[in-house]
Design a protein around this ligand. Structure first.
Ligand code: 4AD
Length: 554
């Protein structure tokens, strides 16, 4: 006799655990039949008549037919699931086998190959078709099946390395990350027409080693430095953002600019000196002084090395320095830093006009040297495609004429009124004028009261000074300079007028006492000229680790 199996749609459960007894019924006839194919099915029924009766009744023929179909379906479904589970298991086994296999792929150097010559990437074009070893950081990475592309960076250049065969398959390659350091050995060849990579070459790797593996996952480099992140977050990660193509390009142009400046000074016969940064005299007004305690005495971080350069003239002739200057600027402008690299020079026995033409030569020649440079030239093209080198002579404009220009163009002074003699031309107005005129301007002859105490008054108009600001489109002032008051009494009067402590300037005023001479000089802000040259929005992008209000780290 066939087994009796019970089904109760309300209280039953379809499960392999269930026995199909009266106490433990299934929920559906289909599942009951699937579990016990030849059984007799009894289904719990509740009659709906007046006298409520309930109990198990044998399944009807039509319901049995339906249940048989259902049981078939369940069987198929379960068989399919078993098959899928088996496939999954097999795949996992294969993958772990593969990984174990990859682990077995040992990257070994073929000792029969010629010894690789260690090179820096800047010389890659001179080392084609010989076995080389390049070392650097993984700038970009693409790992495919049996093929991996690494763009390597070593600070002097970029190269694309191609890894094939076991080199590409090895676990070591599968686990590589951006910014890891590696040594890659192989042969550099020119790329065929139509293929592109840095320098038009490619390094076919025959061996490589990992020197330092960078983290992946949450701590990955790309998570720390995200291109569109908040500027202040990026500044916190400056040590990492420096590795980026734009910032490193600006730093390379910066190095070339300083080299070009030194070349120009050498050609003009100026000698480099290194004045102190810790001083006890101010140059450019008390409001921007960084004060410090110097063994119990008050001292400052230098605002400008000008006064020291002046003292060098009798000993060394014309001099220059490339020195950090410090300004406690409270304002957050895009062209002010608290610490900047100040290029200053001082020239003896010159007239105001000599100073102006020296400045024109300085800027045009330096820029042309930078543009000629094989590294910096192309970088400027990349950073500032529309850059046009300035031509001599520069437009010369007197302060008084600038006021007229500003008033004619409806640009008001800081009080919102038309400019009048003696007004400072603040940053915004100066920028508007410079950007509109859109060429370098030598803005000259500023009034005595808005300029520093040491400036020589004009012989033809003692209300104004022999002073100059060099203004460039997009940045504004990049240089400030002047002829210096060289008459002893006049200088003393100016120091007194500014209420400076005369005694602490004894070493400076002595220059007018022991053999004075007409002389002049200027200061050029490295980050300002770079912002102009590289078309950067702010000078902060032109400094290695910019310092400004609220930022002195990292
Ligand atoms: O016009 P400044 O204040 O002139 C002097 O310090 C003179 N003693 C220089 C000299 O004649 N030897 O500054 C000169 C230049 C400015 O034109 C500007 O390029 C730069 O220094 N500069 C700054 N750059 C960045 N951040 C700041 N806070 C700057 N202040 C001045």
């Amino acid at each position: 006799m066939s087994q009796v199996v019970y089904v109760n749609e309300k209280s039953g459960v379809d499960s392999t655990e269930v026995k199909g007894t009266e106490q433990q019924p299934f929920a559906t006839p289909a599942y009951a039949l699937f579990t016990y194919p030849d059984s007799k099915i009894y289904v719990f029924k509740q009659s709906e008549g007046e006298e409520q009766q309930e109990g198990y009744l044998e399944i009807s023929a039509s319901a049995l037919k339906k249940a048989k179909k259902g049981a078939e379906g369940i069987k198929k479904k379960i068989e399919k699931q078993i098959k899928l589970d088996e496939q999954k298991k097999q795949k996992a086994e294969e993958a772990s086998l593969k990984l174990a296999e990859l682990d077995l792929i040992k990257i070994e150097e073929d000792k029969s190959l010629p010894i690789a010559k260690k090179i820096k990437l800047r010389t890659m074009q001179d080392n084609l078709e010989t076995r080389v070893a390049v070392q650097g950081w993984i700038h970009r990475l693409r790992v495919q099946k049996g093929l991996a592309f690494i763009t390597l960076r070593d600070g002097t250049g970029f190269i694309q390395a191609v890894l094939t065969g076991d080199l590409a398959k090895a676990k070591q390659t599968q686990e590589l990350t951006i910014e890891s350091t590696v040594i890659i050995k192989g042969v550099i060849s020119k790329l065929p027409e139509g293929k592109t990579a840095p320098g038009g070459v490619e390094l076919k790797a025959d061996y490589y080693e990992v020197v330092g593996l960078s983290p992946g996952g949450d701590d990955a480099f790309t998570n720390k430095v995200q291109e569109n992140a908040d500027p202040s977050l990026l500044l916190d990660q400056r040590h990492l953002t420096l590795r980026g193509e734009t910032l490193s390009a600006v730093m390379k142009v910066r190095a070339t600019l300083l080299k070009a400046i030194r070349r120009f000074f050498e050609e003009e016969g100026l000698l480099e000196v290194t004045p102190p940064c810790m001083v006890q005299t101010q140059v450019e007004g008390g409001s921007t002084l960084f004060k410090m305690d110097y063994y119990g005495e008050e001292a400052y971080l230098t605002q400008s090395s000008q006064l020291y350069l002046e003292t060098c003239l009798p000993a060394l002739g014309d001099v220059y320095c490339v020195q950090e200057s410090f300004r406690a600027e409270k304002s957050h402008t895009r062209r002010h830093l608290s610490e900047y690299t100040h290029i200053e020079s001082e020239l003896a026995f010159i007239e105001f006009d000599d100073l102006l033409s020296h400045l024109e030569r300085l800027i045009t020649k330096t820029v042309s040297y930078v543009l000629e440079d094989p590294v910096a030239g192309p970088l400027i093209k990349q950073l500032n495609p529309d850059f046009k080198p300035p031509q001599m002579p520069f437009k010369r404009m007197e302060y008084i004429d600038a006021l007229e220009w500003l008033n004619e163009h409806g640009i008001p002074n800081e009080d919102g009124e038309p400019f009048k003699f003696g007004d400072d031309i603040a940053e915004a107005a100066e920028r508007k004028m410079t950007d509109t005129i859109n060429q370098p301007i030598l803005l000259i002859r500023f009034p005595v009261e808005i300029k520093s105490f040491y400036m020589q008054k004009c012989k033809d108009d003692p209300r104004v000074t022999e002073s100059v600001d060099v203004l460039m489109p997009n940045v504004g002032e990049i240089t400030g300079g002047s002829m210096r008051t060289y008459d002893y009494e006049e200088l003393i009067a100016a120091i007194k007028r500014e209420k400076l402590d005369l005694e602490s300037y004894y070493w400076f005023t002595d220059q007018r006492k022991y053999g004075t001479c007409p002389h002049g000089g200027y200061g050029l802000g490295t980050e300002r000229i770079l912002a102009w040259l590289c078309d950067r929005f702010t000078v902060r992008d032109c400094s290695l680790y910019p310092r400004f209000t609220g930022r002195c780290k990292p």
